[in-house]
Structures are given as structure tokens and as C-alpha cells.
Ligand binder design. Structure first.
Ligand code: TNX
Length: 528
């Protein structure tokens, strides 16, 4: 049977790429019946990460035009998401898109409301698109936000334009019921090796939010620079922030900058995790406060990229007084429950000194009512069950399980997005692996470390170390497309993940990145 006009239109809207998806041009009558293409992958051909369940409806698409409005319930956070969505649509279409808070649903409206099954959890949502309405329902506001991000991807890439194209845009008729596999889906940016401005950090957060990541971790201190204001220890920034890899001015975030970053993240349902690296990777602090060093030679500015050589003097009480000051102020500035204390690559302490230090640091973090996170080396110490260990290089992380502590999976040979894609990649390092897109996608967190399963894992995080990365444009080149791959590893059930499907869907994202001015790597594994 030949498809109806509405079905043809739905099909075109579901399949079309960037430019073709504007006005719903009537399809010419086909000469012969079209092959059936209404399998489940059609509507999903655009969405990254792949939703847990998606069925393509047979009806006509919803057309956003000059009469479209958004209607929300009374919830202030839902309204904020509605406002964001309206802004996105207005900027690309020039339509008015009024937002009606707490109003009755009108015909041709996009409806956002708290509700639905509690089984969707903190971040899940349902999204139904038909010719008459788009409905996003979720038990919690974060779910509404994720649902709105999915809707953004169902619309043509033109939605990312900011020149008011004045054209209607269609979303294919679908029903999506979706929630994440893992509660922790993170991205880390190293702002210590090279400093990134607040504006650049916001750009990083925007990309994370687009792919439903919910943690942004900043590596705030290292040998080359201390990047956060601590009032009780002003030299940390006045002396410790003034450089970076290769020299250059460095920089730091004032408390006001920090608050701005934290708020920007939390408005996007992203938990902000600060990392103060210790007891090694600490030269910047030693240069500011020589009394926390055991060395008789004063530390100077360090602009190289070696690791493991610097250390706090772990046997001096002054060291713990400084850490207490830092953690106290940082805890007060940080609404999220976590403080990351680093703990990796310590070449100059023996095991006993290291363990003693980590346990004291853990007590200080707990004293200020935060949960400690550390790189997997911390599993040598006795961990509290609320501590998280971040796996990055080996299976030693599994030692955490004895104490009931859980793991964040960041295997360096899969999702270290500072690794080069191939031997010709100009940016990045290669000590862990060369990581083309498929390698960052094709792995399962639940089977990566022997004896560590989903019950031991809170989720995944992709770190971007910045020894070779000087600005957000370079960061984007390494992130895209590997960060969306990591996002799908964290969000989509393993059984639904499939390289061939991802490879097609990720190609559909590139026109959006072009509109947004995001730099990206044209992986040869994808037909872009
Ligand atoms: C290892 S991963 C480090 C970092 C480097 C990174 C470069 C980890 C916990 N430590 O200090 O920046 O390799 O890839």
C-alpha cells in the first residue's frame, strides 16, 4: 500500500539532514510504492545518546511555526527549561514562541510538565510527538531538561542557527521513554596545565549538557598552576596561578567566577566537581607556600609536563593546616557533594606515607561534609564507603570494593580524550593509546575491569588533560566526536548500543556543530 501524504512527510522529516529539514515541502507523488522504511531506527537516526526506548509513530510530524507556543506547569525549574527551549527556537526561526506558565494546553503547543512514572527516576523522561502536540513529562526537572535536549535533536540541525531563518521546522512523530544507565556521566577539563576562561568553561559545559552528561569536573591545580581563589591563602593564586605549560600568563577563577561556573552547570543539571590535586602535582602550591614542602630548595614556576616529581611534606602539621583551609573554603563554595583530591602519580613518597596522607585528607573532606573522590591510587588507603575511586589505568581500582567504595570508570585507553586520534593528530598525547572514535565507543564499563560489575560502578567520565591543549577550540577538536561517544556509553543500555547505529547517528550531529561553531575531528570511521 502506498504511504499516505502524512506518512511520506513524516518520513522525509525523520530522514532529512541539515538544510533539507526546513519547511514541510509537499512530497511529490511517488511513481511506485516506496519501500517500507518505518523501522525503529528512522526517528532515532538523529538522537545521541540513543534513548532506552523509541518507537516511530505513523502519524504526521509536529510542525513548529509562528503559532507554536510552549505550555508548562507551575514548577519554576520546568519553566526555566521551557524558557531555554523557547529561546533556542526563537533564535533559529524568529517565531514568537510564547511560554505560558501554568496555563491550559492549547492546540499546537509544546507541553512540559512534572509527572509520569516514578520508575523514570531523577533523570528519565517521556517524550511524545504527534501532529497536534509535543509532550515532555518527567518525575523530576532534570528529566524535563534531558527531554528538551532530545527534542532539540529531533528537530532539524537548522534549530542551531542564530539567524532567524523564518521557516517552520518539523519533529517526526515518535514516542520516547528514556532514562540513563548510569547516575554519573562526566567530563573533566584540566584548567591547570593551560588555563581556560570562564567563557570557555561555559562552552565546555554547554557541549556536555547537549549530550546529557551530568557531571563536570575541573582539575583546578597541578604543578603548573593553581586556579582557584582561596581567601585564607592568597599566595596560592597571587604566586601560584601565574603560569602554565610553556610559560604564558596562566590565570585563576575568583570566588565570583567560581560561583558563576557552578551556577551555569547546575542550571543545566550538571554537578560541578572541583579537584585539588595532592599530595603530588603540587608544585604551584609549594612555590606559594614553601613551608609545606620538605625540600630546602624553594620551588619555582614549572612550565614543563613531567609528572610525579613534586610532593607535599606529609609529615608536617603545617601541610594539613593548609589543606584544611583550602578544603573548608572550597566546600563552602561548592554546592555538590564531592571534592576530588587527586592522589595519582606520587613518585617520591613511600606507601606508608601515601596511605597516611590519603586517610587524613579523606577525614578533612568528611569534616566539611563532602565525599572524597581520588584517582585509583587512593585504593591503597582505607576508604570510606562514600568515597569514589576514579579508575584510569589498571585494575588496581577494584581494591576499592573491599571497603564498599564505588568506581568512576575513566579507562585511559578508551576515553582519555587528550589522546591522539591517530599518529598524525597534531594535538594530544599518545601514552595510553591512539583512540579513534570506534575505540572510544566500543567498550563496556561493566566488563572492563575483571570482577567489577555495574553494581560497583557509579558511571563513566571522560578526562581532557591539557598539556597540549591551549584553548577551547583545541579542546573541542579532541572532544568531538569522542565526548558524545562517552556520553552514549554512560547513558544507553549496553544491549542497545551498536557501533553501526552510532556511526550513522553521530554523522547527523556534525551539521549542528557547524552551526554552533564547534571544532571537530572528521573521523575516517564515519561517513560524514
Ligand atoms: C596522567 S590520569 C595523569 C595526568 C596527565 C595525563 C595525561 C592521571 C590521574 N594523571 O597528570 O595529565 O596522564 O594524559
Amino acid at each position: 500500500m502506498a504511504p499516505s501524504r502524512a506518512q511520506r512527510l513524516a518520513l522525509i522529516l525523520a530522514l532529512c539532514g541539515a538544510a533539507a529539514c526546513g519547511a514541510p515541502t509537499p512530497a511529490p507523488a511517488p511513481a511506485a510504492p516506496q519501500p517500507s522504511r518505518t523501522g525503529p531506527n528512522i526517528g532515532a537516526s538523529r538522537v545521541v545518546p540513543m534513548p532506552e526506548s523509541l518507537s516511530v509513530a505513523t502519524g504526521a510530524p509536529f510542525i513548529i511555526d509562528s503559532t507554536t507556543s510552549i505550555v508548562t506547569d507551575g514548577d519554576a525549574e520546568v519553566w526555566r527549561t521551557a524558557d531555554w527551549l523557547a529561546g533556542l527556537i526563537r533564535k533559529s526561526t524568529d517565531f514568537r514562541i510564547p511560554v505560558n506558565r501554568g496555563g491550559a494546553a492549547t492546540p499546537k503547543s509544546v507541553r512540559l510538565r512534572i509527572g509520569g512514572s516514578a520508575s523514570l527516576g531523577d533523570e528519565g523522561y517521556e517524550l511524545s510527538v504527534s501532529a497536534d502536540s509535543i509532550v515532555i513529562v518527567a518525575p523530576r526537572p532534570a528529566g524535563i531538561y534531558h527531554g528538551a535536549q532530545t527534542l532539540r535533536q529531533l528537530l532539524p540541525a537548522d534549530i542551531e542557527s542564530d539567524i532567524g531563518l523564518g521557516r517552520p521546522m518539523g519533529a517526526p512523530a515518535v514516542r520516547i521513554v528514556d532514562k540513563p544507565r548510569y547516575a554519573w556521566r562526566g567530563a573533566m577539563l584540566d584548567v591547570a596545565r593551560h588555563f581556560f576562561t570562564v567563557h570557555e568553561v561555559k562552552q565546555f559545559i554547554d557541549i556536555a549538557a547537549m549530550y546529557k552528561l551530568n557531571v563536570v569536573h575541573l582539575h583546578l591545580t597541578d604543578d603548573q598552576g593553581w586556579r582557584v581563589q582561596i581567601d585564607s591563602r592568597p599566595r596560592l593564586t597571587s604566586v601560584g596561578s601565574q603560569s602554565q605549560v610553556g610559560g604564558g600568563p596562566g590565570g585563576f577563577y575568583t570566588k565570583q567566577d567560581y560561583a558563576e561556573i557552578v551556577k551555569y552547570a547546575s542550571d543545566r543539571y550538571i554537578t560541578f566537581v572541583p579537584e585539588i590535586e595532592m599530595p603530588s602535582h603540587i608544585n604551584a602550591a609549594l612555590s606559594a607556600y614553601p613551608e609545606i614542602s620538605c625540600s630546602v630548595r624553594p620551588a619555582g614556576v614549572y612550565t614543563g609536563t613531567d609528572v610525579g616529581w613534586s610532593a607535599l611534606c606529609v609529615d608536617k602539621e603545617e601541610t594539613y593546616r593548609l589543606i584544611d583551609d583550602v578544603i573548608r573554603e572550597l566546600a563552602a563554595m561548592t554546592p555538590g557533594p564531592y571534592i576530588h583530591i587527586g592522589g595519582d602519580e606520587v613518585a617520591t613518597l613511600n606507601r606508608e606515607q601515601y596511605v597516611k596522607f590519603i586517610e587524613r585528607a579523606q577525614d578533612i573532606v568528611a569534616k566539611y561534609n563532602k565525599q572524597m573522590i581520588g584517582w585509583e591510587e587512593i585504593t591503597k588507603a582505607r576508604l570510606r564507603p562514600t568515597t569514589l575511586a576514579q579508575q584510569w589505568k589498571s585494575d588496581s581500582a577494584s581494591a576499592a570494593l573491599q571497603s564498599g567504595a564505588k568506581l568512576i570508570m575513566s579507562p585511559s585507553d578508551k576515553i582519555y580524550i587528550d589522546m591522539k586520534y591517530n599518529a598524525n593528530t597534531e594535538l594530544g598525547l599518545d601514552w595510553a593509546a591512539l583512540i579513534e572514535l570506534r575505540r572510544s565507543y566500543d567498550w563496556n564499563p561493566a566488563t572492563y575491569v575483571p570482577g567489577v560489575g555495574d553494581q560497583n560502578i557509579v558511571g563513566v567520565e571522560a578526562p581532557l588533560w591539557s598539556e597540549t591543549v591551549r584553548n577551547i577550540t583545541s579542546a573541542e577538536y579532541l572532544m568531538m566526536p569522542r565526548l558524545p561517544a562517552a556520553a552514549e556509553v554512560g547513558w544507553t543500555p549496553q544491549a542497545l548500543r551498536n557501533w553501526e547505529s552510532f556511526r550513522t547517528r553521530i554523522a547527523g550531529q556534525a551539521p549542528r556543530w557547524n552551526y554552533l561553531g564547534i571544532n571537530w575531528h572528521r573521523s575516517p570511521e564515519v561517513a560524514w
